[in-house]
Design a binder for this molecule. Structure first.
Ligand code: DGL
Length: 288
């Protein structure tokens, strides 16, 4: 099949269509951060049922080896596959950076990631200038963003910066005040100094700190700097993927949301509502 011109490189590589349009979408992340993608998905594709898996027992992935991340990611994906999902959305930049190709080889269903949509939104926001990217150590050292940007623009340069402490701040719910401000500033300084014309939030935890990051980037640059949330760009990509294949749900009711975690749900529940932007239903613990 020839992909339409607006199709993402992700959708162009997917297996042939034989999906049940009313089956749920499976979404997973190492922990809570992927709920920012779920939130964007529920806004953009409101009738889709979603099963979300947060591998809270093994978060963070961003500091682990590629082999470990691949192993964890395949475990999460197989669990969702067993629940009859029609496609998997990898709501984690680290997994998207180091394990997406392996997942597409190993799994017999469409797998969509967050890097290409985030890179595309970054290239558009930078308007030919350099694209700044904050991400985990694993994402930045993988070179996934420079590769994705190079496939979209022959001109745009990427200025990457690992920002691992922002994951802990988001998990702790420290979203404003002096500590997140100073930490964000420290990570943003070299990016803005090197001339980035936008900052891509290349980790699904970072959109929670968007307000602080925007303020510090603007202060350092002396003018507003666009800050790109890859969650929204990913939801747009998933919606396009489902529309192109005529696989979107035709339900008229709001889609359901099932939340699964691999560690005790208590700490997850406390912070997750903030990520999700809506009240949580039941959160169940599962074993992978
Ligand atoms: N949500 C992960 C990502 O987008 C970051 C958290 C982690 O390190 O596991 O990369």
């Amino acid at each position: 099949m020839v992909a339409p011109p607006h199709a993402s490189s992700a959708s162009a590589q997917q297996p042939p269509s034989r999906l049940d349009r009313e089956a749920p979408l499976g979404v997973f992340d190492s922990g809570l951060g992927g709920l920012t993608v779920v939130r964007a998905l529920r806004a953009r594709c409101p009738s889709e049922d979603i099963i979300y898996l947060g591998d809270t027992a093994r978060v963070p992935y961003g500091t682990r080896s590629g082999e470990t991340v691949v192993r964890y990611a395949l475990g999460c994906a197989r669990m969702l596959l067993g629940r009859g999902v029609k496609a998997i959305v990898v709501a984690c930049n680290t997994v998207s950076a180091v394990a997406l190709e392996m997942m597409r080889v190993e799994l017999d269903l469409p797998v969509l990631g967050v890097i290409v949509p985030g890179a595309r939104a970054g290239v558009a926001a930078a308007r030919g200038g350099a694209v700044g990217v904050l991400g985990t150590t694993g994402t930045i050292s993988s070179g996934a963003y420079p590769r994705a940007v190079a496939s979209l623009s022959t001109r745009a340069e990427v200025i990457g910066q690992a920002a691992p402490l922002l994951v802990s701040l988001a998990e702790e719910g420290w979203l404003e005040g002096e500590v997140p401000r100073l930490v964000s500033r420290r990570y943003l300084e070299p990016v803005i100094r090197a001339g980035a014309k936008c900052v891509v939030l290349g980790c699904t935890h970072y959109p929670l700190l968007q307000g602080v990051i925007e303020a510090e980037a603007a202060d350092l640059a002396g003018a507003p700097v666009p800050v790109v949330d890859s969650a929204r760009a990913t939801a747009e990509d998933v919606a396009n993927f489902l529309e192109e294949r005529d696989q979107g749900s035709r339900r008229t009711r709001r889609g359901s949301l099932e939340l699964l975690v691999t560690d005790l749900p208590k700490s997850f529940t406390a912070v997750a509502e903030r990520f999700l932007g809506e009240p949580l239903g039941d959160v169940r613990q599962v074993d992978l």
